[in-house]
Design a protein around this ligand. Structure first.
Ligand code: UD1
Ligand code: CA
Length: 471
């Protein structure tokens, strides 16, 4: 959704805090949430809801947070660094330095509120612009308000201030209307009021929430109360329990979207990351995990327990149970697994079959090629229609370097063969079962790389009789 209004709307997203309650070496902003760093969710909503600069306030692990955001929103964000985290109000002061001439509405939200969507932000902007109040914010009723700032209202029902839990009296703590940390304010007001902030009595931090009292005294602060069925959109992540709670909501949102667009999902535990793409008529079994930029085309079936990371699955292909694929490309009408492993840079063309306990790495299997059971296909080019027998191993590593194996078209590799790379086996050639192949095999030849069999007539009987006598 792009916002269609004449007045400019800029945004500030506060991402400098460490998030002590996560008890982690990694800043809260970079904890994974459905395949995206936590802060990317609210930054994305802010980008969508604004039509001017989006300023991100960095602090803890600033370089890493910036790199993660730049990867997702290249060139669209302005960064400022709050070197010392002296509170949300101080963070706003730092952000305003990057908006010296901005005149319009300023959206302010936190990097730890991932469920908020652009439409709620735009709604809040409209409310602020339509009212005479220089500031509007989203509030909500929470039966269990612990940890949040409470909204103080006067006898007339008008918002007077927000009091933080630490500073609240017992009576104020009993208030169940809380501050979401999402605000829309007039930029000139913000500049003036932020400059006048003073540190809080208890924590000696500059509180952004103090702007509410200032606004209340200068034309009003409008608390837009969120409908009860939508309060989850404002959930904040301060600890790992809240992170999981947000993950559950997001999974529901993501899965609902795909089911509505024609994808069948099993009822049990299907994890689909936010950047996965599924075509209509894809079927996903229970306990499947689809990660990163995985893309699945129409008619494909991903069966129980499979984990796909950054993998493409072509039309009508089946990935059988418990397969693990990463950075692989599977063509149409192909069959993979059960229990197959495709490692990075595996490309399977149309109708390729890779069966149980087969590992493929950095290899290209062309149309109709097969490796149906128990094989290692590493650093290989496998021609059309070629069959790799059970137990075949490509010896691609000599302890120092990796080498490639090339198999031509319609080659037949007998079971339990050992192919020592670098090696080429040309079109139509056969390799006898149990061979160790170290040399080039020309087209249409049969290669035997094993000891010749010798039968000693009657010798088994002789052995048996010898045993009998001695016992
Ligand atoms: C804040 C609000 C509280 C509200 C709650 C909603 C204040 C003082 N309190 O509390 O009223 O109910 O959010 O979730 O604003 N940050 C910085 N620089 C800093 C401090 C924080 O960028 O110096 C960032 C954090 O990274 C975070 C956001 O600001 O994204 C909020 O900070 P946090 O410490 O989580 O505030 P809360 O205690 O949740
Ligand atoms: Ca918070």
């Amino acid at each position: 959704m792009t916002i269609n209004q004449t007045k400019p709307v800029a945004a500030v997203v506060l991402c400098a805090g460490r998030g002590e309650r996560m008890k982690s070496k990694t800043t809260k902003m970079l904890h994974d949430l459905c395949g995206r760093p936590l802060c990317a969710w609210s930054v994305g909503a802010a980008v969508e809801a604004s039509n001017d600069k989006v300023v991100v306030v960095l602090g803890h692990q600033a370089t890493d947070v910036k790199a993660a955001l730049e990867e997702r929103f290249p060139g669209s964000l302005t960064y400022v660094v709050q070197t010392e985290q002296r509170g949300t109000g101080h963070a706003l002061q730092v952000a305003l330095a990057a908006l010296p001439d901005f005149d319009g509405t300023l959206l302010v939200c936190c990097g730890d509120t991932p469920l908020i969507e652009a439409k709620e932000l735009v709604g809040l902007v409209h409310v602020q612009q339509a009212s005479d109040a220089p500031l509007a914010f989203l509030s909500l009723e929470l039966a269990e308000p612990t940890g949040y700032g409470r909204v103080l209202r006067g006898k007339d029902g008008q918002t007077q201030a927000i009091v933080e839990e630490r500073e609240a009296t017992d009576e104020q703590r009993a208030i169940t209307e809380i501050n979401s940390g999402i605000y829309a304010m007039d930029a000139a007001f913000a500049r003036d009021a932020a400059a006048k902030l003073v540190p809080s009595a208890v924590k000696h931090e500059y509180y952004l929430t103090d702007l509410v009292a200032t606004a209340a005294s200068k034309g009003g602060a409008f608390a837009k109360k969120t409908e009860p069925h939508q309060t989850h959109l404002l959930l904040g992540v301060n600890d790992r329990v809240q992170l999981q709670l947000c993950e559950l909501w997001l999974r529901l949102r993501i899965n609902t979207r795909w089911m509505e667009s024609g994808v069948t999902l099993a009822a049990g535990n299907v994890h689909i990351d936010a950047d996965v793409e599924l075509a209509p008529d894809v079927t996903v079994g229970p306990h499947v995990v689809l990660r990163g930029k995985t893309r699945i085309d129409s008619g494909a079936v991903i069966e129980v327990g499979t984990v796909l990371t950054d993998t493409v699955v072509g039309e009508n292909s089946v990935v059988h149970p418990y397969s693990v694929c990463e950075q692989a490309v599977i063509g149409r009408n192909a069959s993979v697994g059960p229990f197959a492993r495709l490692r990075p840079d595996s490309v399977l063309d149309e109708a390729v079959r890779v069966g149980n306990f087969v590992e493929v790495k950095k290899s290209h299997l062309r149309r109709d090629a097969k490796a149906n059971h128990l094989a290692y296909v590493g650093d290989a080019d496998v021609g059309e229609g070629t069959n790799i027998g059970a137990g075949t191993i490509m010896c691609n590593y000599d302890g120092f370097e990796k080498h490639r194996t090339t198999l031509g078209q319609d080659v037949f590799i007998g079971s339990n063969s050992t192919l020592v790379a670098p090696l080429a086996i040309e079109d139509g050639a056969y390799v006898a079962a149990g061979s160790v192949i170290t040399q080039h095999v020309p087209a249409d030849a049969t290669a035997f790389g094993r000891a010749r069999q010798e039968n000693k007539e009657g010798y088994a009987k002789t052995l048996r009789e010898r045993r009998k006598k001695s016992s």
